[in-house]
Design a protein around this ligand. Structure first.
Ligand code: ATP
Ligand code: MG
Length: 347
């Protein structure tokens, strides 16, 4: 059997550079390489509701925003099926059966969920839906028999959980589900993009993002507010490159021709870093350079986004078609699951 690729994003905000380097770029690459049978990309609205249940407008509005981000980065509805999670009730049913295959103790051990609970201040009042979202994520993946899941590093525990559920299911009910594999970015530095404030992860919930849809002005403002080296006060002071967000981003986004185009007095990043370390290179200069590099990367994305935004009928039609197509596939899997679990009484 060929590859089946699947990934999704929570419609809790517009997509940002972290999504871009951590997952979106990989998806578009895989889509364009074409080495797969099917590719699914979905808006995880039901999952978004697990910690936004009291804010349904936010989730609804962001369906549109994330769909536009998808089209803007080059996901192509001709090549991949884009769908809305909650419109496929088969996934909810799978989740319910998988709940039997995990323990509360096992869910407690998930480090990503643990830190998200802390971040959201849930402590003793964790919504059960939020706590069990890794199980629902297993349904999303296995419902399409996906074997490849291109996501960021924070999703590693989810994939491990999914693999465990698959193994347990198959060992009890017979070989039915497919064990998925994580596809991390080729460049290890993209596993987890830091926020512009230097926080370990750029994340919607932390408000430290550069969004793919940000205007030229917004990008510039954010780049110039970036965390650098707090001890590099005067231009002549020696500066630190490690942990300096501007250099972290340059490491990721600088292209071969970036210096020639925007900063010809340096040959490459090593030379620039060396000068910064030595002292005599100001933050303004490196920020201006990063701004040029990021503007070049984001301009075409923003322009495509604006073009698609003018035809929202097309966008919703695309989502509707994708959802119908995806639902058929999930229904087939559910059919097999029910048969394996011996709850297909009328067949
Ligand atoms: P939220 O704060 O609502 O959880 P988020 O910004 O963490 O939002 P998600 O929708 O949870 O975004 O993540 C979607 C995908 O993007 C996942 O595959 C995740 O691994 C990846 N991703 C998110 N943030 C980053 C980041 N800073 N670096 C690398 N990958 C990321
Ligand atoms: Mg997240």
């Amino acid at each position: 059997m060929g590859n089946i690729i699947l990934t999704g994003d929570r419609p809790t905000g517009k997509l940002h550079l972290g999504h871009y380097v951590g997952s979106l770029r990989n998806r578009v690459r895989m889509q364009n390489e074409g080495n797969y049978d099917k590719m699914f990309v979905f808006l995880a609205d039901a999952q978004a509701l697990t910690d936004n249940f009291d804010n349904p407008e936010k989730v609804r509005d962001n369906i549109k925003e994330v769909a536009l981000d998808y089209l803007a980065v080059g996901l192509d509805p001709e090549k991949c099926t884009i769908f809305i999670q909650s419109m496929i009730p088969e996934l909810t049913e799978l989740t319910f059966y998988y709940m039997n295959l995990v323990t509360i103790a096992r869910l407690h051990r998930n480090p990503t969920v643990k830190s998200e609970i802390e971040q959201r201040g849930f402590e003793e009042s964790i919504p059960a839906g939020f706590f069990t979202y890794p199980v629902s994520q297993t349904a999303d993946i296995t419902g399409f028999k996906a074997n490849l899941v291109p996501v960021g590093e924070d999703q590693m525990p989810m994939l491990e959980q999914a693999r465990e559920i698959v193994r347990k299911f198959n060992s009890i009910y017979g070989e039915t589900l497919v064990e998925p594999e994580i596809v991390l970015p080729e460049d290890e530095r993209c596993y987890r993009l830091v926020g512009i404030d230097g926080n370990a992860k750029m994340s919607k919930s932390l408000g430290n993002c550069i969004y793919l849809s940000d205007s030229e002005e917004e990008i510039k403002k954010k780049v110039f507010s970036m965390y650098t080296d707090p001890n590099h006060i005067k231009v002549d002071d020696p500066g630190k490159v490690e942990g300096n967000v501007v250099f972290t981003y340059l490491d990721i986004f600088c292209r071969e021709d970036s210096f020639e185009k925007y900063l010809p007095e340096y040959k490459n990043l090593d030379e620039l870093k060396e000068h910064y370390r030595r002292g005599g290179l100001g933050d303004m200069k490196i920020k201006k350079f990063l701004n040029d590099v990021l503007q070049e990367e984001l301009k075409p994305i923003r322009e495509r986004r604006e073009k698609f935004a003018q035809d929202m009928d097309y966008v919703y039609d695309m989502l509707k078609k994708g959802t119908e197509e995806a639902r058929k596939v999930a229904a087939e899997t559910l059919h097999e699951v029910r048969a394996a679990m011996k709850i297909n009484y009328f067949e």
